[in-house]
Design a protein around this ligand. Sequence first.
Ligand code: PLP
Length: 367
Amino acid sequence: MKRKLIYADHAATTPLMPEALEAMLPFMKGDFGNPSSIHSWARKPREAVRAARATIAECIGAEPEEIFFTSGGTEADNWVIKGSAGGLLVSAYEHHAVLNAAAHEARRGRLVAYARPTRDGVIDVRQIAAAWRKGIGLVSVMTANNEIGTINDVGALAAEVHSRGALFHTDAVQAVGHIPIDVRRMDLDFLSASAHKFNGPKGIGFLFVRKGLKLASLLDGGQQEDGKRAGTENVAAIVGMAVALKTNCVRMARVAKRLDGLAERLRAELVAAFPDAVFPGADAPRQLPGFVSVALPGRSGEGLVHILDLKGIAVSAGAACDSWNTQVSHVLKAIRLPARLAKGVIRISLGCENTVEDVKRITSAFI
Ligand code: PLP
């Protein structure tokens, strides 16, 4: 009998949902017109882009004109970090899209300061206060960390940053479509998101820019994206992203509850099998649904990924882009996880198609 493959690496990427694929197909076939044309072939694609922008805005509590389509999370992060003004304050455990963009700015002479997360893996207002420098214009702290799944109270952070006279950006790539986001209630200035993390297509994302804020143009050319990010729109991907986000927002509470249950079960089974297992990020006030980061002392995280892969199970030993790298990740270093433990860290990120049976197979594959 053919063994079922188990995909448990949803923090790296997620499968495209059938509803999104269906919605995309017409724009890859007959409805291929350029949304900027003035003839009738433009009508359907233009209307589809308009509707998608409105849907995405509604899902995060924004206005349509505050949504700027990008090629994904990396582009959105680079745009806001490099296009903003004043000194930068970023957390030390951001994704490299933020960290390397900030390092680029530092090389150009811009002030860059770093806030260190707590050992529990969160950034709170005390970390921001401790790292504050005169001249900070933009603070960037992720909504949820991609290696340990911890969730920050970005509303509280935005309030603190605003009280100090700076703007606040959050990389919400791991959070959008998985936990409730309301840019108005959280009083955010900028937010980055990426469709392939919420069952949408790859190579598409968006940057939310609060109305009235100045941000340098990213790409000069035509008038797309209010002239700030020129280039013919990826209509099919934009449509797929909107369908995926809307679908995930509608089912969010139900899916999160189920994934929390599966993650709890997985942690309990892992502790039963490995009494000395440690769970980085599990002591934070909130962790992403279905997210289990586990350190097995004395084991190699990378080795375990290969062993599980041979058994048909996909997990990760840290961020996907680092999986070839046996160095302890910057995230685990930032939360001061001892190297002995950090080398044995596995990230299991469950998604809506995973089952109790999958959880049992994942645990027994470790033994
Ligand atoms: N930010 C975070 C927190 C991520 O997890 C990722 C992807 O791993 C990115 C940014 C980059 O997003 P994209 O793959 O869409 O460029």
